[in-house]
Design a protein. Structure first.
Length: 319
């Protein structure tokens, strides 16, 4: 029996089901793209700059599929790729002695992980989100990790992360460009685990409502602007320094055995805020170093309260 006559015997529903199966298999097929650069400039959108599964490419990663797996090979500083088009891909790996820049206009979305320097010692691998953007430059559907560095150059930039953050180097205010935000918005338990022991954020947003994020820094996390969001933040055993406002949802800070420090950045060394507002939360150890801290709700301290500055209670009490 010929194939066409065989299909005629099937119902329309069965034929549509067969079509969908073929379509799904086709679209989830992952192609492996490797940057070779310099063939035709350094733009991501030029297919000549890529090989795909070992052969010449006729398109660029993310142009036709979201399942593409991308590796930026070592360039030794020559012909590093520039993301000049917004794309959605499966995953991204940046090898030693290679950098990926965005052009300040476009963004990158991955459904899986971003790895910046996969091997120990890969400290010269980097992802650089350049100045000029004011939107969400990087959306990571998995974790962001590696032994390299993530730079944020632009005011108003946002990175969204759906799983863990363990990348070794994180520079959020490169060249003095303040105003960047890292937003943890996953639907699984997340953690912040700096390989080098600490991170400094500008704005830190916690939007994981059901599972929360845990601070696993061996030294500390520093937030130079506001700590905000509607999710849960577990303090772990680490320290968190805050120079801006604590505007998370009431009682969303799970103190564990952590130390929370309101340090003298507000109206002090950086002069970026007039007052430092603290929403109603519970702390294990609370250290007030700032002379401009102000309560906006009741605060509970379960272990130690250390005053080295001043705390103005305008709308709440401390107990």
């Amino acid at each position: 029996m010929k194939w066409s006559k065989f299909l005629q015997k099937w119902s329309l529903k069965m034929r549509m089901s067969l079509f969908m199966i073929f379509a799904i298999v086709y679209h989830v097929k992952a192609d492996y793209y490797s940057w070779r650069g310099g063939i035709s400039g350094n733009h991501w959108s030029d297919a000549a700059n890529w090989t795909v599964s070992g052969g010449a490419s006729t398109d660029y990663p993310g142009q036709n599929r979201m399942s593409d797996i991308v590796v930026i090979i070592s360039t030794n500083g020559h012909n590093d790729p520039v993301l000049n088009v917004s794309v959605a891909i499966n995953s991204l790996t940046i090898n030693q002695s290679a950098s990926l820049y965005n052009d300040g206009l476009h963004n990158l979305t991955t459904s899986g992980d971003v790895v910046i320097g996969p091997n120990s010692g890969n400290s010269s691998a980097s992802l650089k989100l350049c100045a000029g953007t004011s939107g969400t430059d990087l959306i990571v559907g998995g974790s962001i990790s590696g032994y390299g560095n993530l730079y944020m150059y632009g005011t108003g930039q946002t990175v969204q992360i759906a799983n863990d953050m363990t990348v070794a180097g994180f520079i959020p205010n490169h060249a003095g460009h303040f105003g960047s935000t890292v937003d943890f918005n996953g639907t699984v338990s997340q953690s912040i685990t700096p390989l080098n022991g600490f991170y400094t954020f500008d704005y830190l947003k916690i939007d994981n409502l059901n599972y929360g994020i845990t601070n696993r820094a061996t030294n500390y996390i520093e937030v130079d602007a506001d700590l905000e969001g509607s999710g849960l933040l577990h303090g772990g055993n680490s320290a968190l320094y805050l120079a801006g406002n604590l505007t998370m949802a009431p009682n969303s800070l799970i103190c564990d055995s952590s130390t929370f420090i309101l340090y003298a950045g507000t109206n002090g060394s950086n002069g970026r805020f007039d007052w430092q507002y603290v929403d109603q939360q519970q702390f294990y150890i609370l250290v007030v170093e700032d002379n401009y801290a102000r309560l906006t709700g009741n605060v509970t301290v379960t272990n130690t309260l250390d005053f080295e500055g001043a705390l103005v209670s305008s709308y709440g009490n401390i107990k």
